[in-house]
Design a protein around this ligand. Structure first.
Ligand SMILES: O=C(O)CCC(=O)C(=O)O
Ligand SMILES: [Fe+2]
Length: 280
């Protein structure tokens, strides 16, 4: 298969647990079609609820009506969120052969899978804690296989005020971290959002942190065991970003579990990994 990364990039990923690839996608071919359809869906949800949101002046402002839409009724944001992950241009990236090549190259596998229920477009709104992802590893939230990689890419510029993802450098090398399946500080959080690292602050303190700025077209990949969290948004625009996840079918824990998924697939994580659950 095609080798997309050079050896230095592979080495960085293995050592740090993440890699930022600048300008990975073709903006015109890959990104604009997704942004445009999101803009159309926002307008459609708006007009069917009596709101005229108008056209953006520039295609990169595809989301310009969204803050008005959710100010009118927050539930409409949920409708847009569920809708946009079904845009064909997005699904084409989810199953992109270039993603598959990167995965095969890094994991030296010939059989990778797209984690079912593990792809979507996040819309992180300013001042909303409920859906903010606190420090976590991807594996407990996804399962499938211990050997997985997140493909994350922004649809809006994510500089400091947009709260870039924070990453604990090299944390994947220490294996799966123990978790609690209820967050006592945030009882409103459900599903994968309710998982919380046991002894979180001591664990996170151990690592050097980084929060790379990213722009549409960039691709950030992270190991399923790399500790990461959402940043805090300090501007008025929502942070739009795409996620998909690939996993290695040949990894032994995944084979033993029949590559079952986690919460989004209706499974109870505790049944698969009682070894790392620290509930009282
Ligand atoms: O985009 C974010 O803020 C968090 C994303 C994340 O945790 C992920 O893609 O796995
Ligand atoms: Fe994550």
């Amino acid at each position: 298969m095609l080798e997309i990364l050079d050896q230095n990039q592979v080495d960085v990923f293995q050592k740090k647990g993440f890699l930022l690839i600048k300008n990975f996608y073709d903006i015109e071919k890959d990104i604009l079609p997704i942004q445009t359809k999101i803009g159309e869906l926002i307008k459609l949800v708006g007009s069917s609820n009596g709101l005229k949101l108008g056209h953006p002046e520039n295609p990169s402002d595809f989301d310009h009506g969204f803050s008005k839409l959710i100010a009118h009724d927050r539930k409409l944001g949920g409708i847009v969120y569920d809708a946009v992950k079904q845009i064909p241009a997005f699904i084409r990236l989810v199953s992109s052969s270039r993603h598959e090549s990167i995965f095969s190259q890094i994991r030296s596998t010939d059989v990778s899978g797209v984690a079912g229920g593990g792809f979507g477009i996040r819309i992180d709104n300013p001042n909303e804690e409920k859906f903010r992802a606190d420090w976590h590893q991807e594996y407990p939230a996804q399962l499938r296989s211990l050997d997985g990689i997140i493909f994350w890419s922004p649809l809006v510029p994510v500089s400091e005020e947009m709260g870039p993802i924070k990453i604990c450098v090299g944390s994947h090398l220490d294996g799966i971290a123990p978790i609690k399946t209820r967050d006592p500080d945030h009882p409103e959080k459900t599903g994968a959002y309710s998982l919380v690292l046991s002894d979180k602050s001591n664990l996170i303190d151990r690592y050097e942190k980084t929060a790379p700025e990213t722009f549409p077209g960039d691709l950030l990949i992270m190991d399923f065991l790399t500790l990461h969290c959402s940043g805090h948004i300090s501007c008025n625009r929502s942070r739009w970003s795409m996620q998909s996840r690939l996993f290695n079918f040949r990894e032994s824990t995944g084979i033993r579990h029949g590559w079952k998924g986690s919460f989004a697939a209706g499974s109870d994580f505790r049944a698969f990994h009682p070894d790392i659950v620290r509930d009282p």
